[in-house]
Design a protein around this ligand. Structure first.
Ligand code: 13P
Length: 250
């Protein structure tokens, strides 16, 4: 049995003051959560949100991590910095990083290695663009991204990773993959993990769906056998909506 994990990806939203407001509203609404709950917040919010969520069921994540320990890497944030600020999770390889900031399977792999070496729990994002889905390339794209991300990573480390399947065409568009599409592709991703690491790691790995997941479609998605949770963008910015999704995941 895999414990579901619901994570919010706030992206570039919420100042420190706004983050306190949102988390203060959220905490009482999710206190009986039966799944793992994470909020992945902007770097500048991590310390404040970690302070507020201390002792609660809500863990704090970052949205990226540097591949190096320290040094001349302007604007990067190291794993040690994230941990000291209070993050325990980190999103790696989000499609927005891949599309707008030159993230590649190689840099995703380097960041994943670094997160695991430092005891941060990675949420690795993979997913195809619209033209790739329409061109019948969904499986090929997901395979390449998963194989590239895990290069050189041991089975024991891979087992600590959460994967988020986020079809790019469903992100922020209000268009969700159908329950069946999401289930099928996540099942395929699990089969790739099985090829790489064997059945035990594949069966234990939590794979989320992400892309316009909301209070209206969460029940259908979470009822799918392969879907172990969600990575939520827009709907994670509203306490009621995010709490509804969390409480729907058992
Ligand atoms: P939306 O839920 O806003 O579509 O964003 C999904 C996402 O990219 C989460 O990482």
């Amino acid at each position: 049995m895999r414990k579901p994990i619901i994570a919010g990806n706030w992206k570039m939203n919420k100042t420190v003051a706004e983050s306190r407001e949102l988390v203060t509203a959220l905490l009482p609404k999710v206190k009986n959560a039966k799944c793992d709950v994470v909020v992945c917040v902007p770097f500048t919010d991590i310390a404040a949100v970690a302070e507020l969520t201390k002792g609660s069921c809500v863990a704090v994540g970052a949205q990226n991590v540097a591949w190096a320990d320290s040094g001349a890497f302007t604007a990067e944030i190291s794993a040690a910095m994230l941990k000291e600020a209070g993050a325990t999770y980190v999103i790696i390889g989000h499609s927005e990083r891949r599309q707008y900031f030159g993230e590649t399977d190689k840099t995703v792999n380097m960041r994943l290695v670094q997160a695991l070496a430092n005891g941060l729990k990675p949420i690795l994002c993979v997913g195809e663009m619209l033209a790739e889905r329409e061109g019948g390339k969904t499986e090929e794209v997901c395979r390449t991204q998963v194989v590239g991300a895990f290069e050189g990573i041991s089975a024991a480390d891979a087992a600590k990773t959460v994967i988020a399947y986020e079809p790019v065409w469903a992100i922020g568009t209000g268009k969700t993959a159908t329950d069946a599409q999401a289930n099928e592709t996540i099942g395929y991703i699990r089969s790739v993990v099985k090829e790489l690491y064997g059945a035990a790691v594949a069966d234990g790995m939590r794979i989320q769906y992400g892309g316009s997941m909301n209070a209206k479609n969460v029940d259908g998605l979470m009822a799918q056998p392969e879907i172990d949770g969600g990575l939520i963008g827009g709907a994670s910015l509203k306490a009621d909506d995010f709490a509804y999704i969390v409480n729907a995941a058992e």
